[in-house]
Design a protein. Structure first.
Length: 234
């Protein structure tokens, strides 16, 4: 595995009801200070703030912060009712540091101090990256699949001249055992996620460049990709 690029981590945290201080977050001075500090290029309030008939939603896009002398791009920071989504260009450790700083900034404006990561009911992560792997992608598929692609399809697409028929997506649906207590007390379920390894769009199969995604933290994701390459290496 080499030429790792575009490492992206998405962390989703779900809190109990009323633990995210929207009364403070919706204040213009608090929101503006967060936008300014993190250099967010866009903020959205999809629903009217303070309206009890609509959900609490605040979306912040394309920000940046320097932590330990390294700039980290924040693709998205969203607050939706009791869920917070943080998507960054970087590792899981960097995402955790960004969230810790955001938590600190919010608590400076909220005297209740209820907004604390220790109150998080459940956290999920997703990692994606582009990487070069020493594998022949076609070898991942069965002989029957390859025969269908190379023999049956060309016969069906005439009179057009067919150059090639290649598999472009390998994806697995990962389902999780539901936590009975989380569902009964908080109505929280864990939705299925995909593990995907596919040729990077716009690249040649000969380049062996792949887009990968998994419902894991970045360290686990990279370990999975290394094991995948080892298992199917040319």
């Amino acid at each position: 595995m080499k030429n790792l690029k575009d490492l992206t981590v998405t962390q989703v945290k779900i809190f109990p009801h009323d633990f995210i201080p929207y009364d403070y977050l919706f204040r213009p001075d608090v929101t503006d200070s967060i936008v300014k500090k993190y250099q967010f290029q866009k903020k959205d309030f999809p629903y009217p703030p303070y309206d009890e008939s609509t959900p609490n939603v605040l979306l912040l896009h394309s920000g940046e912060i320097k932590i330990e002398k390294k700039k980290i791009l924040i693709i998205l920071l969203s607050f939706e009712s009791r869920k917070i989504t943080l998507k960054v260009k970087g590792s899981s450790k960097q995402a955790a540091k960004v969230f810790s700083q955001i938590e600190k900034d919010i608590n400076e404006s909220d005297s209740s101090n209820l907004f604390n990561n220790s109150n998080c009911l459940i956290e999920t992560e997703e990692t994606s990256c582009v990487v070069q792997l020493d594998i022949n992608y076609e070898s991942l598929f069965s002989n029957k699949t390859r025969r269908f692609l190379k023999q049956s399809i060309p016969e069906k697409v005439l009179p057009f001249n067919l150059k090639a028929t290649n598999p472009i997506r390998l994806s697995f649906l990962i389902e999780f055992q539901q936590d009975k207590e989380l569902f009964e007390k908080h109505r929280i379920t864990i939705s299925p996620k995909e593990l995907t390894i596919e040729p990077r769009a716009g690249t040649s199969f000969d380049d062996k460049i792949f887009h990968t995604k998994s419902p894991t933290n970045s360290d686990t994701h990279l370990k999975l990709i290394r094991e995948f390459e080892k298992a199917f290496k040319d």
